[in-house]
Each structure stands twice: as structure tokens, then as C-alpha cells.
Design a protein around this ligand. Structure first.
Ligand SMILES: C[S@@+](CC[C@H](N)C(=O)[O-])C[C@H]1O[C@@H](n2cnc3c(N)ncnc32)[C@H](O)[C@@H]1O
Length: 237
């Protein structure tokens, strides 16, 4: 594993561990981020113009897309069990708001089974870190965006080596202890959060990668209190 790639066997193991987090996913995220994850997700949703066609890559159990209002929503994830949980949760919320159902697609960011130039906005909340090939994932997200469309990414933040070391300490001690308690096992699936974070690159690295792939302009900044990073990248007209 490095800042750009995750090997096949490690990615399969990561996926199995992500699937195991489903029953406690929201609860541990709230604790791990001191409740800030909801604020970060809301901040990304506020950047989505009403009536947009939105694609969420790596939707997981539907925590983010459940609350997108007034848009056409498509959710993509490689884990069928995640898609099933997301489908029930998101479509229940959409039907209560009188909106039509969202679309659910099994697949990966590296090979998005959808047409070119079909979305106004592509969102990636806490899934970019898990891509097997981050450059290929960015190329694919650029391909499915309409010209002028925007890519919104939020993930664990890493400004530099020192910040990365503090983040690692936080995940290992704070998140690790709580996950051990909740999952009642020392070999809990949240260990992979620390593993993928250790190999995650800096904000500067991914901003450069987004520009090389063809996004312009690209913005990236840490979100208060510095545990998360947000990227806004535009597909040129
Ligand atoms: C930590 S969850 C994030 C869930 C959700 N987006 C949220 O806001 O909490 C990461 C998700 O990314 C998915 N994922 C992992 N690798 C992926 C890839 N290569 N392409 C697309 N999704 C991927 C996982 O299956 C998992 O459901």
C-alpha cells in the first residue's frame, strides 16, 4: 500500500473489514470525530446546487446521500451489503420528502459503469482513501462529470508528516480503544482506518494529482479542527 495504490489482497481484506463495520458505522464515526463528521458532511451537501444530478462514489451505508435534498442521486459502492443498507435508508428518506428513488450501482471508482459527462456533481466522502488506484479513480470521476461539474471530496486530513503522526496517534489510541470496546474484540475492523490513513498522502500531493488528471481549478483545505480535508475540483468547460 502507498499513497497512490492498494494491492489486490490488501484491498480485499480492507473491503471485508469495511463490510464488518456496517452495524456500528455511524456510532464509531461520531465518536472518532467528536461528532464533527456530520458537520463536514453537511458542509459538502451545502456546496451542491439544487436540481443537480449527483453521484456519490463509495456511498457506504448511505450516511451522506440520505440527506441530499432536491437532486437526482446515484450511489456507487463495490460492496453489495453496503448498497442494500444504503438503498433502504436513502429511499425511505427520499420517499418521506416526496422525492423519486435514488439509483444504486455496484462498482468501483476505478471503473465506473456509467456514461461520460452524466453528472453535475461527484462526491466522495471518506472513500477516496480506500481507492485501489487513486489516479485512475480521479480520471474516471472526471470522465463522468459534465463540463463545469465539480468533484467534492472529504477525507481524513494530512497536512504534513507531523500532522499525519498526530492523526495516527488519535486513531490508534482514541478510535482504537472505543472500537475495541464496541466490537468486543481486539482484532476489530476499525484497525484498517489507521492502516489506510498511515499510507494516505498529503493535501498538496492530491491537489497536484487532481490538476495532472485535468481538473482545474483545484482547492484543498483542512477543516476545523484539522482532522479532515476537503477538496473542490472543477472539470473545465
Ligand atoms: C468509509 S466508507 C464511506 C461511506 C460514506 N461515503 C460516508 O459518508 O460515510 C468507504 C466506502 O468506500 C467504498 N470503497 C472502497 N473502495 C472503493 C473503490 N475503489 N471505489 C468505490 N468505492 C470504494 C467502501 O466499500 C465503503 O463503502
Amino acid at each position: 500500500m502507498d499513497s497512490e495504490h492498494i494491492g489486490d489482497s490488501e484491498w480485499s481484506e480492507l473491503q471485508a473489514n469495511l463490510e464488518a463495520t456496517i452495524p456500528v458505522y455511524d456510532r464509531i464515526n461520531r465518536f472518532a470525530t467528536l461528532g464533527q463528521d456530520q458537520r463536514w458532511r453537511k458542509g459538502i451537501r451545502e456546496l451542491i446546487p439544487t436540481n443537480s444530478s449527483v453521484l456519490e462514489i463509495g456511498c457506504g451505508p448511505g450516511t451522506f446521500s440520505e440527506r441530499i435534498v432536491g437532486c437526482e442521486v446515484t450511489c456507487l459502492d463495490p460492496i453489495p451489503a453496503m448498497l442494500e443498507v444504503a438503498r433502504t435508508r436513502i429511499n425511505k428518506a427520499r420517499s418521506e420528502r416526496g422525492e423519486n428513488e435514488a439509483i444504486f450501482v455496484e462498482g468501483t471508482a476505478e471503473e465506473i459503469p456509467l456514461a461520460n459527462c452524466s453528472f453535475d456533481v461527484v462526491c466522495c466522502l471518506f472513500s477516496f482513501r480506500d481507492f485501489q488506484d487513486k489516479r485512475k479513480g480521479l480520471q474516471e470521476m472526471l470522465r463522468v462529470l459534465k463540463p463545469g461539474g465539480q468533484l467534492l471530496i472529504c477525507d481524513a486530513g494530512k497536512a504534513n508528516f507531523l500532522h499525519g503522526w498526530l492523526g495516527w496517534l488519535w486513531m490508534k489510541l482514541w478510535v482504537g480503544s472505543y472500537a475495541r470496546l464496541i466490537c468486543k474484540q481486539s482484532d476489530h475492523p476499525w484497525k484498517w482506518l489507521t492502516k489506510t490513513y498511515v499510507h494516505f498522502g498529503t493535501t498538496r500531493k492530491y491537489k497536484k494529482m487532481m490538476r495532472e488528471v485535468g481538473f482545474f481549478p483545484v482547492k484543498g483545505r483542512l477543516l476545523f479542527p484539522g482532522m479532515a480535508v476537503r477538496f473542490i475540483a472543477v472539470k473545465p468547460e
